[in-house]
Write a protein that binds this ligand. Structure first.
Ligand SMILES: *[C@@H]1O[C@H](CO)[C@@H](O)[C@H](O)[C@H]1NC(C)=O
Ligand SMILES: *[C@@H]1O[C@H](CO)[C@@H](O)[C@H](O)[C@H]1NC(C)=O
Ligand SMILES: *[C@@H]1O[C@H](CO)[C@@H](O)[C@H](O)[C@H]1NC(C)=O
Ligand SMILES: *[C@@H]1O[C@H](CO)[C@@H](O)[C@H](O)[C@H]1NC(C)=O
Length: 505
């Protein structure tokens, strides 16, 4: 009897400790993660750094960019662990930063200012990259040359070739994505600096017109400046529609909405070729990332479509997209690791966390829109509520921040345990402060090969993350898992702002 009672008290105590531990693990400092998520962009800066630069191991770099074409192209962001300025993914990251601020900026508190700065670093660059009418800069820096070297951005000696699209060698995807970025950003800056906002909007008109009037893929126009690193695999119609949707959101001009409505059917045929399943999933509603904008288009426009009596095809496509994601959905295509991290079907898990952050963002945005219009939806027999979408996003966020079997955060500098050997040139090599002498192309190789941790902490960088069996190799050779990119972080800025204010949702 006595010992039995004792046992049950022990069990109770054990349970209590267990619950407390789960609670401790499950609750994250989303505010801290948000600050770091934004700070990361300072580590990716190209050009002349301002006196306000907080990530001080980085210095000025690529100060002659554009000199080969007689245009000032100093500034912008390096896209990932390399030192190339690829406009296509940079523009997508910019659109997502702007969308993050539009939806969740009011929840950011003191980080709002930093978020605006991270956005302006991009928009200032895109104003330069589109300053000559009829031309758009698609990339700066020779990608093959860069990938052959392991160099700090501060002492690159590879050709800083400028790759431009123009009226005879067009690039509708890169141009229309820049138009989307400029239009979205014009809305962000409207209440902050109306003159700057107007400049961005005027440029968005011009660049969209160029993308629309001279149609073609930059794949063919700039060759090595696009492929194989950021080939446009799924065509440019999605970017044209996405650009038009953002211009409609920014201006309410009917002609942009007409463009979206009249062209959305084109996406039904723009499909992936990896397998029959991917063909079914891709196309009209499933993809969202630097290449495919389809799911983003449907979620973005669903806010005003839900506000009318008509809902097709956009809202039904958006519903269908989430039905490919939700674990309980009979039409699910996304797979989940045993620990609960989502893996996009057909993505072959390449830089998987980009899909996790972008999808989490769409989950939260759609949840908000459903709530505004008091709407639920069905995946077959399964009813889906707005709060269910938030719940799934939270599981994904918490996993990336450390609630996983490895007990590891995939954001550098967040939590007790995080990746130490990220695939990132600047982070790996000694800083200019510590080692001012120039390190040439292959001088960095020893720093790449060493088992030692990286020398500079690229705070806030979210890496590609673990594989589908929840295994992570903290090794800079394994770039799929250990490389950060701007388009992983950009949507996460909005997601973290949400959970900073609603940590218990
Ligand atoms: C467009 O760029 C190509 C080089 O990529 C050049 O040969 C052509 O003359 C340019 N066209 C115009 C109209 O500037
Ligand atoms: C761009 O190039 C890739 C790789 O060669 C190809 O798969 C894709 O279809 C091309 N995109 C367009 C729009 O032609
Ligand atoms: C719905 O449309 C009305 C009229 O244009 C507008 O005032 C309202 O803000 C819209 N609602 C939402 C949630 O966007
Ligand atoms: C990283 O992976 C490479 C290639 O698989 C291997 O040679 C190297 O020893 C690994 N480094 C560490 C730190 O595990």
């Amino acid at each position: 009897m006595k010992s039995g009672k004792c046992m049950s008290i022990q069990i109770l105590l054990g349970l209590l400790v267990g619950i407390l531990m789960v609670a401790r693990v499950a609750s994250h400092d989303y505010g801290d993660a948000l600050s770091k998520c934004i700070l990361f962009f300072e580590g990716q800066r190209s050009g002349k750094l301002p006196s306000t630069q907080r990530m001080t191991w980085r210095k000025d770099s690529a100060l002659s960019d554009g000199s080969d074409v007689g245009v000032d192209l100093v500034g912008g962001y390096y896209d990932a662990g390399d030192n190339i300025k690829f406009s296509f993914p940079m523009a997508f990251s910019t659109t997502m930063l702007a969308w993050s601020i539009l939806e969740f900026g009011h929840l950011m508190g003191s980080e709002h200012e930093n978020a605006l700065e991270s956005l302006k670093w991009s928009t200032d660059y895109f104003l330069k990259a589109t300053s000559v009418p009829g031309k758009v800069v698609a990339a700066v820096g020779n990608p093959k040359g860069d990938h052959n070297c392991w160099e700090r951005p501060e002492d690159m000696d590879i050709p800083r070739t400028s790759y431009l699209v123009n009226t005879t060698k067009p690039g509708s995807e890169v141009s229309a994505e820049i138009a989307a970025a400029l239009a979205a950003s014009s809305m962000v800056f409207k209440s902050v600096d109306s003159q700057y906002s107007n400049l961005l909007l005027q440029r968005a008109f011009q660049v969209f017109q160029f993308a629309y009037q001279y149609q073609g893929s930059y794949n063919y126009s700039v060759g090595e400046g696009a492929c194989p690193f950021y080939c446009d695999y799924d065509g440019y119609m999605d970017e044209l529609i996405w650009g038009a949707a953002w211009l409609f959101k920014a201006t309410n001009e009917q002609k942009y909405w007409n463009y979206v409505v009249e062209n959305i059917h084109y996406l039904e045929n723009s499909v992936k070729t990896e397998s029959k399943k991917a063909v079914y999933v891709g196309g009209c509603f499933a993809d969202f990332g630097w290449d495919g904008k389809n799911a983003g288009i449907n979620v973005l426009v669903s806010r005003w479509v839900m506000n009318t009596s008509k809902s097709d095809p956009f809202v039904s496509y958006a519903d269908k997209f989430f039905c490919t994601v939700l674990p309980e959905s009979p039409t699910r295509w996304v797979t989940y690791s045993p620990g609960g991290l989502m893996f996009k079907y057909g993505a072959k898990s390449i830089v998987n966390s980009q899909h996790v952050t972008a999808t989490s963002f769409l989950l939260l945005v759609y949840s908000q829109y459903l709530t505004m219009f008091n709407r639920n939806f069905q995946c077959g027999d399964v009813a889906v509520s707005p709060s269910r979408l938030v719940q799934l996003a939270k599981v994904q966020v918490d996993y990336l921040l450390g609630s996983n079997s490895m007990g590891m955060s995939f954001m550098v500098g967040y939590g007790q345990k995080f990746p130490q050997r990220i695939h990132h040139r600047g982070s790996t090599l000694p800083s200019i402060d510590k080692y001012p002498k120039r390190l040439k192309c292959h001088d960095g190789d020893e720093f790449f090969k060493t088992k030692d941790p990286n020398l500079n902490v690229l705070t806030g960088a979210i890496v590609g993350g673990p594989d589908i069996s929840d295994k992570f190799e903290d090794n800079r050779s394994n770039w799929k898992q250990s490389e950060p990119t701007t388009y992983i972080n950009a949507p996460f800025v909005g997601v973290l702002a949400y959970f900073k204010v609603y940590p218990n949702s």
